[in-house]
Design a protein around this ligand. Structure first.
Ligand SMILES: Nc1ncnc2c1ncn2[C@@H]1O[C@H](COP(=O)(O)OP(=O)(O)O)[C@@H](O)[C@H]1O
Ligand SMILES: [Mg+2]
Length: 311
C-alpha cells in the first residue's frame, strides 16, 4: 500500500524551549485507521497540528498524498479534514451556513446534496437552521465533524474524538468512521482509550514524551500487552491470602474485602477457571466480580519499565 501521509525526521521545539516531538518518522497507509495513543502532553496534538499546517515544524518533511505540507500547503490541506480537540465554532452562524462555508474555504464547488448527506449522517439535519450557540456540547462536536468532512477529504484527523462525549455520539462517530473507511478515507485518531484503539484501528502508534516508541498492527500489540484485571468482591473480608492460593499472583485489596488477579487475557490458560474452583473448594465466596482491560497507563508503565531494563 502506498503511504498517504509520510513523516520524516519531524521535530518540534516550542518557543518556550519545550521539545514536544523528537525525530518522528511515520508512514500512514492509504485507507487505514491509525490510532495514536499516548498520555496527556505526549505530543499527539502537536503532531496532528503540524500535519494540518496549524503549527510549524522545527525540522522534518511531511507529505500528504504526495504534497509537501509546507511548500505545497493548499494542495496538501485540501486533502485533509481535521476535527480538533477543542471546540471552535462560529456561534452566530447556522449549522447549514457554517458547513457550507467551510467547504468553500477549500475551493470546492457548492454541493448542497453533499452537505445534506453529512448532516443526515451526523443526525444534524433537523438542526440545520439552528444557530450554533443554541446547540449542546455534543451537537457542537457533531458540527465540528461535519465541517471537517465538508470538502470531502481523503484523510481525516480526529483529535481525541471521544473524550467526554456521550455514548450515543461515540456510537455514531464510530459508525461514521467505518463508513468513511469503506469509502477509502484514511483516518488518524488520537485517544487515551486502548479499548477504542483495539476495536477501531488497524495499526497503533504509541507516543511518549514526544517520541514515537512503537508502531504496530493492533492485533499484535494487543497480544503483547493484553492484560486484564479480575476483581472479586468477597462476602467476608480475609485477613490474609491463604497459602492454597499461592499459585496465582493475587493481591488483597480494600481491607481484605477484594481479591485482585492480573492475567494475560490472550493466554491459552488464563488461570481464571482454576482460581474459581480453588476459591470454591476453600469456601471463599464473593458477592460480585468484574474484569477490566489494562489501562493505557498500566501499559505505559510496563513499556517504560521494559525500556529501562533493556537499556
Ligand atoms: N503552544 C505551545 N507552547 C509551548 N508548549 C506547548 C504548546 N502546545 C503544547 N505544548 C507542550 O507540548 C507538549 C505536547 O503537547 P500536546 O501536543 O498538546 O500533547 P497531547 O496532545 O499528547 O496531550 C506538552 O508538554 C505541552 O505542554
Ligand atoms: Mg492533545
Amino acid at each position: 500500500m502506498p503511504a498517504v501521509i509520510s513523516i520524516e525526521g519531524l521535530t518540534k521545539t516550542y518557543k518556550s524551549g519545550h521539545q514536544a516531538l523528537k525525530r518522528v518518522d511515520l508512514e500512514i497507509e492509504k485507507g487505514e485507521i491509525f490510532a495514536l495513543l499516548g498520555p496527556n502532553g505526549a505530543g499527539k496534538t502537536t503532531m496532528i497540528s503540524i500535519v494540518c499546517g496549524i503549527v510549524t515544524p522545527s525540522s522534518g518533511t511531511i507529505l500528504a498524498d504526495g504534497h509537501d505540507i509546507q511548500s505545497d500547503y493548499r494542495a496538501a490541506r485540501a486533502k485533509i479534514g481535521l476535527v480538533p480537540q477543542e471546540l471552535t465554532t462560529d456561534a452566530f452562524e447556522t449549522v447549514w451556513a457554517t458547513v457550507t462555508f467551510s467547504r468553500g474555504l477549500f475551493g470546492k464547488a457548492p454541493s448542497p446534496a453533499h452537505v445534506e448527506q453529512i448532516l443526515r449522517d451526523l443526525s444534524l439535519w433537523d438542526k440545520k437552521d439552528a444557530k450554533i450557540m443554541t446547540l449542546s456540547g455534543g451537537m457542537k462536536r457533531r458540527v465540528m465533524i461535519a465541517k471537517a468532512l465538508s470538502h470531502e477529504p481523503e484523510i481525516l484527523f480526529l483529535d481525541e474524538p471521544t473524550a467526554g462525549v456521550d455514548v450515543e455520539l461515540r456510537r455514531d462517530m464510530w459508525a461514521l468512521v467505518r463508513k468513511l473507511r469503506d469509502r477509502g478515507v484514511t483516518i488518524i485518531l488520537t485517544t487515551h482509550y486502548i479499548e477504542e484503539a483495539e476495536e477501531m484501528a488497524d495499526r497503533v502508534g504509541v507516543i511518549l514524551k514526544g517520541e514515537l516508541i512503537l508502531v504496530e498492527k493492533t492485533a499484535a500489540l494487543m497480544q503483547k500487552l493484553g492484560k486484564k484485571t479480575l476483581t472479586l468482591n468477597l462476602q467476608e473480608p480475609l485477613a490474609a491470602l491463604p497459602p492454597e492460593l499461592a499459585d496465582w499472583p493475587l493481591a488483597l485489596k480494600n481491607d481484605g474485602g477484594e481479591i485482585e488477579y492480573v492475567f494475560d487475557s490472550n493466554a491459552e490458560k488464563t488461570g481464571v477457571p482454576s482460581l474459581m474452583r480453588r476459591l470454591s473448594d476453600l469456601g471463599i465466596g464473593f458477592k460480585d466480580l468484574s474484569t477490566r482491560q489494562s489501562s493505557l497507563e498500566d501499559i505505559f508503565v510496563d513499556l517504560v519499565h521494559q525500556d529501562r531494563e533493556a537499556a
